[in-house]
Design a protein around this ligand. Structure first.
Ligand SMILES: Nc1nc2c(c(=O)[nH]1)N[C@H]1C(S)=C(S)[C@@H](COP(=O)(O)O)O[C@H]1N2
Ligand SMILES: [Mo]
Length: 498
């Protein structure tokens, strides 16, 4: 039994060394060609939508780590089996390792933006893993016949170091290119008015008026934080245009910039959920870029592509109806953080992020819905998805234990592209709807904080909230799940007052 475990360990170690080396090699060329990341992305892509929804609900932002972690555990288990096989028949063990790496190779080579040389890291992984297994088995045989264990231990140490150094080097090498902290943002030619002071200090537990970058929710299909260099970044505008354009990062920074306060919301946000955030964005109006390109008459879709070939579709008519659609370079006064799309992302007020907010943007293609399907369109999500009017209770929390007397109920509400929030109302225990007080106005595309001073009597109480937009449109109470075009319904919760 112990010998078996030892050999299983050899299989795992050999595989880890191969993976580590491949990861380092991939970071020198195209980080996306790392077999680990490619397998992870493939798993995410192939996971059926209901299961993904379930994972997001159950594990929150850890959803991907859990999905992919399970796959990794499976792979390492098979690597262990390869080690055990290698004890009797080295070729059999090596064969299983090669088969495992070959599956990763398929994942690498079927990515949307693949280039022929992307196979190199996978080949490195296969060669290194097999060589490591051969080395370990030689040393082990030597140890068994001569009794000296030093060779095995040294080999194991060396391979462990290779795995770790490879993985870390991959990260470091990638990080050497033009980083967010190296970018100096231009001043906006059309600045946003100063944001009024929110209710942050007045209402304990309320969501802050501006979401700091480090707390901003993050939703994307990627496992890693991509490292895209601003040096060699370009934006291509093609498809149904008069002039095909290629714009460099420097050229983009030279264009007139606007600054806007906008609340971004994810279609996967459930009622009362946390996938919503508000920031001050700096960028070039999409209109200016389209003016340079000259958009044709045929297109009805903007198909935007990220650096890795992931696509997002946006209805052209909505993006160009006069709203502040932007090609964004700055967030809350800083260059875009890597997590939020460095160096450049798209942002369109009033549309859920999955049809408007492409991060790591590299291409805008003017095309039609009939001709081309984006990532989420292929997965049956809606193509036309305005953000639904929503109100959320931030404080007190569901099932909170409160003392009788003065309680401040508070939260945020949003109604982008509908003249902002006009009214927020609170209902206690199914009674009448009563107006809450509103925080300061941050503009029509920005959420509004609200609060409601409540005289809480002992017992269990049900709190509910609803919002009305400046356009007169009221939030619907009809319940809907996020799929396919956003959740709706009222946020309600129960608290217990002593
Ligand atoms: N390249 C890319 N851009 C993307 C996504 C993605 O998966 N890949 N996710 C979108 C979704 S669903 C949302 S809600 C927003 C989230 O932006 P954030 O992570 O900066 O909050 O980005 C959008 N842009
Ligand atoms: Mo989203």
């Amino acid at each position: 039994m112990r010998t078996r475990l030892l050999w299983a360990g050899y299989g795992v170690l050999a595989t880890l060394a191969g993976i580590g080396l491949a990861h380092a090699v991939a970071s020198l060329t195209d980080p996306g060609s790392s077999p680990v990341l490619a397998v992870g992305s493939a798993v995410i892509d192939l996971t059926p939508t209901p299961m993904k929804e379930w994972a997001i609900r159950t594990f929150g932002s850890a959803d991907k780590i859990i999905l992919v972690g399970s796959v990794l555990v499976g792979v390492l288990a098979l690597a262990g089996v390869a080690g055990i096989l290698a004890r009797r028949r080295l070729a059999l063990g090596a064969g299983l390792l090669i088969a495992l790496v070959a599956i990763a190779g398929v994942a690498v080579m079927t990515r949307p933006s693949v280039r022929p040389l992307d196979i190199v890291p996978t080949v490195v992984a296969a060669v290194a893993a097999v060589a490591a297994l051969v080395l370990l088995s030689r040393k082990q045989q030597h140890a068994t016949t001569s009794g000296g264990r030093r060779g095995v231990l040294l080999a194991m140490g060396a391979l462990g170091v290779t795995a770790a150094v490879g993985g870390i080097a991959g990260r470091l090498i990638g990080g050497l290119r033009l980083r967010p902290e190296d970018v100096t943002l231009p001043m906006p030619s059309d600045a946003a008015p100063p944001l009024p002071r929110g209710l942050d200090d007045q209402v304990p537990g309320i969501t802050s008026f501006t979401t700091p970058n480090k707390d901003f929710y993050r939703v994307d299909t990627r496992l890693d934080t991509p490292i895209v260099s601003a040096d060699d970044w370009t934006l291509t505008v093609d498809g149904d245009v008069e002039n095909k354009l290629t714009i460099t990062f420097e050229e983009l920074l030279d264009m007139p910039m606007i600054e806007r306060d906008i609340t971004l919301t994810c279609v996967s946000n459930s009622v009362g959920g946390q996938y919503v955030g508000s920031a001050r964005w700096l960028g070039v109006p999409l209109r200016d870029i389209f003016d340079k390109a000259g958009v044709g008459r045929r297109a009805d879709q903007i198909l935007s592509t990220d650096f890795d070939g992931m696509t997002i579709s946006t209805p052209l008519d909505l993006a160009t109806d006069g709203r502040d659609a932007m090609i964004v370079v700055g967030m809350n006064g800083d260059p875009l953080p890597r997590e939020h799309g460095f160096p450049v992302r798209m942002l369109i007020p009033g549309l859920y992020g999955f049809i408007s907010a492409t991060k790591w943007l590299t291409k805008l293609t003017l095309t039609t819905y009939a001709e081309q399907d984006a990532y989420w369109t292929k997965r049956d999500w809606a193509t036309d998805a305005p953000i639904k009017i929503s109100a959320r209770i931030d404080t007190p929390k569901a099932l909170a234990q409160l003392d009788a007397g003065d309680v401040v109920v508070g939260g945020v509400a949003w109604a982008q592209e509908r003249d902002g929030i006009e009214k927020v109302q609170v209902r206690i225990d199914g009674g009448p709807w009563t107006d809450a007080r509103l925080g300061p106005d941050g503009g029509e595309n920005y959420w509004r904080q609200w609060f409601y001073p409540w005289q809480a009597k002992s017992g269990s109480h049900r709190l509910a909230v609803r919002a009305v937009a400046g356009s007169g449109e009221a939030q619907t109470a009809v319940r809907a799940e996020p799929f396919p075009n956003g959740a709706s319904g009222l946020h309600e919760l129960i608290v217990n007052v002593a």
